[in-house]
Design a binder for this molecule. Structure first.
Ligand code: GAL
Length: 682
């Protein structure tokens, strides 16, 4: 195993999930049965303590941890490790009754009543005091337990608090951002418009739902502040744990592309990035491959936040969830594919919510490894046990890394600013879908592509695509220029570089901040098409063809770029739509219109060739990833289709069967093949 393995104690991957024995303390028979069944399912790790506060501290200052000690001990005696969560995701009733300021205030300015979860005030000193006490108790009592793998802070941090204290913290945050200069804020937010000027920071309010919502800079800073404030809370909890146990790694579980928090700013606070994945498998609007491919994008967003180590799949549903519009069960084989996909994308864990279905309340019908039926021969249980067995066979791959040479730039700031921009068409802006669509096309071509922020270090990459990079951080333009200068192949699209970090438009032409020089073009107009409108890009390169245009078409003034395609119709027929400029050792491409990623494949293939990246040709429905380690590489092929898929070009050992592969091989339908390519000595 390589030394980047997240959990050396496990000797491989972690397999398990959220376990809530505190709901079953009056059923010791069930707790015993759980351990028997966990071993049968190949579970080697569970997450304890999520939402357990009212059991751990039923009355203020009265602690009950014996149950936790007993459970952790008997799990460990049976070879099962623990990820221990702090309970701050939901508060006990005594706390809200005694300290109502711990309860969050809504965007309407109304304080919540006690209940539900994930709704505390991030700044409340009282809440922090109570969290500090319970976290310290946990760390002191369990931080040196031999079965402890890591701490899991809270659960799915999210939302925002709009209380007076948070509003005051927001003003402090703004004072910092604008160096105590209210005129700098007025300029940045263009507040003379509609008479919105502020005379002092004391006058600034958060953008309440029933208040100021028309100042783009304010909206954007509030979102950044919410991340800042959540991150501060996260760091506060981590600080309490580290003060007691500096060597225990810490994570918190992220939620896919959750819009409310810029996870890239939070990732540095944790040792390991983990996330919860709940796709709508086997739905009625796309193939399983499409759903899986989107899930792979999400895995990649998580992986790319820390490229030097694996990430974690913290939660996924073994069978079904209970909160989709339609709670369809995973069809046979889907669970296996989904778990192997996480591993293929660079996760060192396949974890579930949840081990056992509870009898009552909100999630009583949410899928679990153990059903109300309680049997160890249900379909779900058997499929989970298959995953457990497969992960054991794949153990040597734990700790290995996916090393992409291509990157897609996806930015939370650009996303927020695009959502808020009073421009284009609300129904077709589709920033996320545009990024995901392009990323999926590279996946289809068998090219591994990280997903990174616009200010990320781009030196590991030779090709980058930055769709709709509407907002430019102060460092972005320089970063992109450097990338191309050093030989990178870069593609940008319509709606790029329109505003700065305060959502103020650049003057002198988009893309701003010097990017017009990099691409050799300036955008003059952006045309928003009605859904039935069509145009096309006629490519000049032989064989590239004509690409249908929908939704958006920019007209360009070309300075010193080569024109590779022009519009086919409308008043801008014949004018440039696709350009390329050689810049330093690389090329900067500008695609002025929205075309399908499939249509743009010749362009992607050309860029890949220039970047020296070899695509891996794949049959339809097959997904490919490569994890690399010191002794060799692990090639993962996932067949999401209903028919066997045949491939060739691999030599090594197939790890799930233990059989040698030399040349061609077949992947059974809805199954995976993992080939270990041994590194040959030179
Ligand atoms: C997650 C959450 C879990 C559970 C699960 C149900 O978002 O962290 O506690 O509620 O959803 O799908």
């Amino acid at each position: 195993m390589e030394n980047t393995a997240l959990f050396p104690a496990l000797g491989g991957f972690a397999h398990g999930g959220d376990y809530n024995p505190e709901q079953w303390l009056d059923r010791p028979d069930i707790l015993r049965e759980d351990i028997r069944m966990m071993k049968l399912a190949g579970v080697n790790c569970v997450t304890l303590g999520v939402f357990s506060w009212s059991v751990c501290e039923p009355r203020e200052g009265e602690f009950h941890f014996d149950w936790l000690r007993e459970v952790m001990d008997s799990l460990f005696e049976n070879g099962i490790y623990t990820i221990l969560a702090t309970p701050s995701g939901a508060r006990p009733a005594w706390l809200d009754r005694q300290y109502p300021e711990a309860m969050r205030v809504s965007a309407q300015g109304v304080r919540n009543r006690h209940g539900v979860r994930h709704n505390h005030c991030m700044t409340s000193p009282k809440y922090r005091e109570k969290v500090r006490i319970i976290d310290r108790e946990l760390a002191r009592r369990f931080g040196r337990h031999p079965g402890l793998l890591m701490f899991h802070v809270s659960n799915e941090l999210g939302g925002a608090c709009w209380c007076d204290l948070c509003a005051e913290k927001f003003r402090d945050y703004l004072r910092d951002v604008f160096h105590d200069d209210i005129e700098a804020l007025n300029r940045a937010w263009w507040t003379t418009f509609w008479s919105h000027r502020y005379a002092s920071f004391d006058e600034v309010e958060p953008p309440y739902a029933n208040g100021e919502g028309s100042v783009m800079g304010l909206n954007l800073e509030w979102k950044r502040f919410t991340t800042h404030s959540m991150n501060d809370f996260l760091r506060f909890e981590i600080g309490v744990l580290r003060a007691e146990c500096p060597d225990v790694p810490v994570t918190t579980n992220f939620m896919t592309l959750y819009n409310g928090l810029d996870y890239r700013r939070m990732a540095p606070s944790v040792d390991v990035v983990s996330w919860d994945s709940y796709p709508r498998y086997e739905n009625d609007y796309e193939s399983l491959y499409e759903t899986m491919a989107e899930n792979a994008f999400h895995h990649t967003v998580m992986r790319s936040m820390k490229r030097d180590k694996p990430f974690m799949l913290m939660e996924s549903a073994p069978g079904l969830v209970n909160w989709h519009e339609f709670n369809k069960v995973k069809r046979p084989g889907t669970h296996f594919l989904a778990c192997l996909q996480a591993i293929a994308c660079g996760s060192d864990t396949a974890q579930y919510f949840q081990w056992r279905k509870g009898r009552g309340s909100f999630e009583q019908y949410h899928g679990a490894v153990v059903d109300h039926l309680g049997a160890d021969d249900t379909r779900i249980f058997r499929e989970t046990a298959e995953v457990g067995a497969a992960l054991k066979r794949l153990a040597p791959a734990a700790g290995t890394l996916v090393k992409a040479k291509a990157a897609l730039i996806f930015d939370w700031d650009a996303r927020w600013a695009i959502q808020d921009a009073k421009a284009l068409a609300e129904s077709t802006k589709r920033y996320e879908e545009t990024c995901i669509g392009i990323w999926k096309e590279f996946l289809r071509m068998g090219v591994e592509m990280d997903v990174v922020a616009s200010d990320a270090d781009l030196t590991p990459y030779r090709l980058a695509v930055a769709p709709m990079l509407y907002l430019l951080q102060p460092r972005t333009a320089a970063n992109l220029r450097r990338f191309v200068e050093n030989g990178g192949q870069l593609l940008a699209t319509y709606f790029t570089g329109c505003v700065d970090k305060d959502a103020l438009c650049y003057l002198g032409g988009f893309p701003g901040d010097g990017l017009a020089e990099l691409f050799g073009v300036v955008s003059e107009e952006i045309d928003t098409l009605y859904p039935a409108d069509r145009n096309a890009v006629r490519c000049t390169e032989p064989g590239w063809g004509e690409w249908e245009v929908r939704d958006y078409a920019e007209t360009l003034r070309v300075a010193d770029a080569e024109v590779l395609g022009s519009y086919a119709s409308d008043f801008y027929a014949g004018t440039p739509a696709l350009t390329r400029k050689a810049f330093g050792a690389g090329h900067a491409y500008y695609m002025a219109a929205r075309c399908t990623p499939a249509a743009m494949r010749p362009l992607f293939a050309h860029m890949l060739a220039d970047a020296g990246i070899l695509p891996r040709p794949l049959p339809e429905g097959v997904e490919f990833h490569l994890r690399e380690g010191a002794s060799g590489a692990y090639a993962f092929y996932l067949n999401h289709g209903a028919e066997p898929a045949s491939l060739s070009g691999e030599t090594g050992v197939e790890l799930l069967t233990g059989l040698p592969v030399s040349g061609s091989f077949t992947i059974p339908p809805k199954h995976a093949v993992v080939i270990f390519r041994h590194k040959t000595k030179r």
